[in-house]
Design a protein around this ligand. Structure first.
Ligand code: ADP
Ligand code: MG
Length: 623
């Protein structure tokens, strides 16, 4: 019987293994950047063409490689970083598997230029699909440059699987930011298609965060700091009022390595308990230092997950460190000189001068006189007036409360009206019912109920308004003649560079909705006109939510791009459940809804209204 098991040829094995390490251009970026960091570079340049599909290049000024190492680095499990299994538990480097370069070289065209400081000349090497194509001696600066071209050239299925440039580029920016945030002491720069996207000078953590996320980030941050035996924590969390709708800037670093940890995220959220509006997300940049032997990084090939020895202690320490900082921050406003101090004075005392208490004695008072009104106290002899006076002044302190109490409890019988038979029967008089037919009600600040001939119409106010706005936006975008309201003072909005990039891509569609952009540069946009249905105070929220929804890619064709924008803006702007609507507003909303092309469903295909016929009601009562 012949044997059927065969060993895979090396290049096939490499390709398969590569799939695990290299999922997309961003994976190459991550591996090359981390190698540069491990090589002790103080200056790292990232150069990208076409979202990494054409070129990913990383140039560093690190220690470089010898001729032998330059060849060896492409061999699988070739690494200078660990020698023994025990080394795995004392890792101080990013890489350790010795897999990345072998994997990348298996599925791309790679060019390596490298020179060690002490050498005169460097090595220039080309390897394509795991095959060495050329090797020269070359005059080079100290350090290493890896160029990775035509990723997945030999695996068309993978190449076709790549997403749009916007999506792939977004992933690259994410990786770049993670490495750059973890190493503020290294100068990073990033060029995409010839323009420089980031230039981050050597600095400290705070400055690095601000340099990356631009604008007003600095004033949003609260420092956190804690040192214990099992962990050192430092970093920044955002003040609660700057929490965002979207889960954006949330970073954990463990020993300067970016990690994802739903568990630690939970600890952060627990620290914010009670401080955030429903569903909003704080930003955080948290750097944890733990002894390398208390973590295991070896559990995931892309190494963004790690295992801690003592997770629950870490959780508790992190939560309390953040709580402490937020607490300090919450105390701070009391010392704030700009704060209106009258807010701290209770009741109605704020406008009154302090005065000395006085004692008034009614010398004419005679407790035995009969025509006096009885005094209600059991005070022994003499001091009636005094006591009374005292009570009055103490009562004064509670004036506000007393009035409120009176409002709640009513004075006596006159104010409380019990529902009588009479009242009840009046409800059913003919003319009243007729009047009600034309009346619209809002119930639970959520539904609008409108009696109609056959029964009643119940409209979900939020979904209905989404539909109305959605169709308005779509119309103005497709006919290119949106009305816009000119702003007296143009709005200056700050965004991160990744967000600004998205905005500039979306600009034509946004202009069609009525936005007028006066200026866009590399850290902010100035908006001088708005679509008529957006108020000034809504702008940043609307844009933020839009960017969040589109961060994983803008639809390629303009039709679906318009559609996504209209949907997102309609969702942000629609009246929410819980909002009170005047009768007029309720009426407008219902009329607007039924003027829509497709009033039955929200832009997200949820029903906007239901009807209940009289028969339906009858059936219910027949039970
Ligand atoms: P790992 O980082 O896990 O060791 P890699 O495949 O990423 O594996 O790299 C293999 C080896 O190549 C590294 O251990 C290192 O010695 C060398 N190397 C890679 N990139 C650089 C660089 N930019 N500068 C100097 N040496 C490098
Ligand atoms: Mg590596």
């Amino acid at each position: 019987m012949s044997s059927i098991i065969q060993l895979l040829p090396d290049h096939v094995a490499n390709q398969i293994a590569a799939g695990e390490v290299v999922q997309r251009p961003a994976s190459v970026v991550k591996e090359l950047l981390e190698n540069a960091v491990d090589a002790g570079a103080t200056d790292i340049k990232l150069i990208i063409k076409d979202a990494g599909k054409t070129l990913v290049q990383v140039i560093d000024n690190g220690k470089g490689m010898s001729v032998t190492d330059a060849r060896l680095c492409f061999a699988r499990h070739a690494t200078s970083k660990i020698r023994l299994a025990e080394d795995l538990f004392a890792l101080h480097t990013k890489g350790f598997r010795g897999e990345a370069l072998a994997s990348i070289a298996a599925i791309a065209h790679v060019e390596l230029k490298t020179k060690q400081d002490q050498e005169e000349l460097g090595t220039h090497l080309i390897i394509e699909g795991s095959k060495f194509v050329s090797q020269d001696v070359a005059v080079l600066p100290k350090g290493t440059s890896f160029s990775v071209k035509n990723l997945f050239f030999n695996i068309p299925a993978r190449r076709n699987f790549l997403k749009s440039d916007t999506v792939e580029h977004r992933h690259i920016v994410d990786e770049f930011q993670r490495v750059a945030l973890a190493h503020p002491n290294i100068h990073f720069s990033y060029y995409h298609n010839g323009s420089d996207l980031f230039n981050l000078p050597q600095s400290n953590f705070r400055q690095r965060i601000v340099n990356i996320f631009a604008g007003k980030t600095n004033e949003k941050l609260v420092p956190i700091q804690e040192t214990t035996e099992i962990v050192g924590i430092q970093g920044f969390v955002s003040k609660p009022e700057f929490a965002k709708k979207s889960k954006g800037e949330q970073f954990f670093f463990v020993n300067n390595r970016f990690i994802k940890s739903p568990y630690l995220h939970h600890a952060v959220m627990a620290a914010y308990e009670g401080l955030l509006k429903d569903g909003s997300q704080p930003s955080y940049f948290i750097y944890l230092d733990v002894p390398p032997n208390t973590i295991d990084i070896n559990i995931h090939p892309t190494k963004t997950e790690i295992k801690f020895d003592d997770e629950s202690a870490l959780y508790a320490i992190l939560r309390s460190a953040i709580k402490h900082s937020l607490g300090q921050f919450n105390v701070a406003p009391i010392l704030d000189f700009e704060r209106d101090s009258s807010l701290d004075t209770p009741y109605s005392y704020k406008d009154q001068e302090g005065s000395f208490p006085t004692i008034q004695i009614d010398t004419a008072f005679n407790p035995f006189a009969t025509d006096e009104k009885p005094v209600r106290f059991s005070g022994g002899s003499g001091g009636g007036s005094y006591k009374k006076e005292e009570t009055a002044s103490w009562e004064g302190l509670y004036t506000g409360l007393k009035q409120e109490a009176e409002m709640v409890f009513g004075t006596t019988e006159e104010d409380i009206q019990f529902e009588t038979e009479e009242v009840t029967s009046r409800l059913f008089e003919e003319h009243e019912v007729e009047k009600a037919e034309s009346k619209i009600y809002q119930i639970h600040k959520k539904y609008i109920v409108n009696p109609i001939k056959s029964g009643m119409l119940i409209v979900d106010q939020n979904r209905a308004h989404q539909r109305v706005l959605y169709e308005q936006f779509l119309t103005s975008m497709t006919v290119h003649q949106a009305a816009s309201q000119q702003l007296l003072f143009p709005l200056n909005l700050y965004f991160s560079s990744a967000e600004l990039e998205l905005i500039s891509e979306l600009k034509p569609s946004l202009v069609n909705t009525g936005f007028v952009f006066e200026e866009t540069n590399d850290e902010h946009v100035i908006i001088s006109g708005l679509p008529v249905n957006i108020s000034e105070s809504d702008v940043s929220k609307v844009l933020e939510e839009l960017l969040n929804e589109l961060q994983h890619g803008i639809p390629e064709n303009s039709f679906s791009q318009n559609d996504s924008i209209a949907k997102s803006m309609a969702k942000s702007l629609a009246v929410k459940t819980g909002a009170y609507l005047t009768e007029k507003e309720q009426e407008n909303l219902i009329n607007g809804l039924f003027a829509c092309k497709d009033p039955n469903v929200s832009p997200f295909q949820k029903p906007t209204f239901i009807t209940l016929s009289v028969e339906d009601l009858d059936k219910k009562f027949a039970l």
